[in-house]
Design a protein around this ligand. Structure first.
Ligand code: SAM
Ligand code: DTB
Ligand code: SF4
Length: 324
């Protein structure tokens, strides 16, 4: 009796752990059933007609020491991206003001670093305080953090830190050789411990299998607190990068990935991220139906074009979706 009572208590209070196998079963559902399931979970936790919008801005572009095969900013690939130093504060502030005027609620600043040096962090901290003072939420993506750095960012008022796991653990070595999966997990732990909300997701369309896509989502779903924001990127094939020639993932498989993310992580903002420019309005609408409820909004991603804001405005109006 006693053991049973303990078991009941555990099943009541322990968060559900997802296995790759049961996640694959979700992927395998008939498409209509999967979308219906995801939409029900979505409506339990969110207004289904609202999509949050974040603006992206590259504060330091190109010349990165890492060899991520998908990336335009690695110094090891011959892409058109030119190396640029850290942008001065007034330039960043002007971009943040413009983003706010356009209707973004969060401003995400990205740097092509393996990790920031303490001196870099001083400059970035000024940016965070100044952008926050405009009344925007702030997000940074600067690479790996060492102990103490996340705390400094928290003190500056940083709301979110983006650090993607990008793919399943067993596929990561096919994507990057200059750092490992555990490095990514360690940085996410530092961010969480400092009390900054986590934005972490991945890329699909990198030649991974469905099992890898399931494996990536399981990593997040089984965290004690899954990421508040979960970007799902479709690979933007960058000329000159090792992934320049990869075929596009099937559109329905992309939508399935969004739906499974929504079911595994009912409370996370699932972000329809890179690759949106290539998607039809109808595909985006199906992604929103599958539970995506945030996007990157603005003319540019970090180094590539984003879906044009005028197109997004028109799409949201046609769908009766409101922002923020
Ligand atoms: N250097 C930092 C890092 O790696 O975390 C921050 C910037 S990095 C460009 C941020 C994320 O952008 C990557 O983790 C990846 O998920 C996404 N990304 C970069 N290039 C991409 C591409 N060509 N297609 C899709 N997503 C991409
Ligand atoms: C994320 O998951 N996607 C954004 C943001 N986090 C930093 C970046 C996408 C980059 C797409 C390719 C480029 O523009 O360089
Ligand atoms: Fe550098 Fe980040 Fe690009 Fe990797 S993804 S090459 S770490 S900028």
């Amino acid at each position: 009796m006693h053991t049973h009572a303990t078991a009941a208590a555990i099943s009541l209070y322990a968060p559900k752990l997802w296995s790759v196998e049961e996640t694959l079963e979700l992927f395998e559902k008939p498409f209509m059933d999967l979308l219906w399931h995801a939409q029900q979970v979505h409506r339990e936790h969110f207004d289904a007609n609202r999509v949050q919008r974040s603006a992206l801005f590259s504060i330091k572009t190109g010349g990165c020491s890492e060899d991520c095969k998908y990336c335009s900013q690695s110094a090891r690939h011959d892409t058109v991206v030119e190396r640029e130093p850290l942008k001065p504060l007034p330039v960043v502030l002007a971009a943040a003001r413009a983003a706010k005027e356009k209707g973004a609620s969060r401003f995400c600043m990205g740097a092509a670093w393996r990790n920031p040096k303490d001196k870099d962090l001083d400059a970035v901290i000024e940016m965070v305080s100044a952008v926050k003072a405009l009344g925007l939420e702030t997000c940074l993506t600067l690479g790996m953090l060492k102990p103490g750095q996340a705390e400094r960012l928290k003190e500056a008022g940083l709301d979110f830190y983006n650090h993607n796991l990008d793919t399943a653990p067993e596929y990561y070595a096919e994507i990057v050789s200059t750092h490992c999966y555990q490095d990514r997990l360690d940085t996410i732990d530092q961010v969480r411990a400092a009390g900054i909300r986590i934005c972490s997701g991945g890329i699909v369309g990198m030649g991974e299998t469905r099992r890898h896509r399931a494996g990536l989502l399981v990593q997040f779903a089984n965290m004690l607190t899954p990421p508040a924001s979960l970007p799902i990127n479709h690979l933007v094939a960058i000329p000159g990068s090792p992934f320049a020639q990869l075929p596009k993932l099937d559109n329905f498989e992309f939508i399935r990935t969004i739906a499974v993310a929504r079911i595994l992580m009912p409370k996370s903002f699932v972000r329809l991220s890179a690759g949106r420019q290539e998607m039809s309005d109808e595909q985006q609408a199906l992604c929103f139906l599958a539970g995506a409820n945030s996007v990157f909004y603005g003319d540019e991603m970090l180094t590539t074009e984003n879906s044009a804001p005028a197109r997004d405005d028109a799409l949201f109006a046609r769908l009766g979706i409101s922002a923020n």
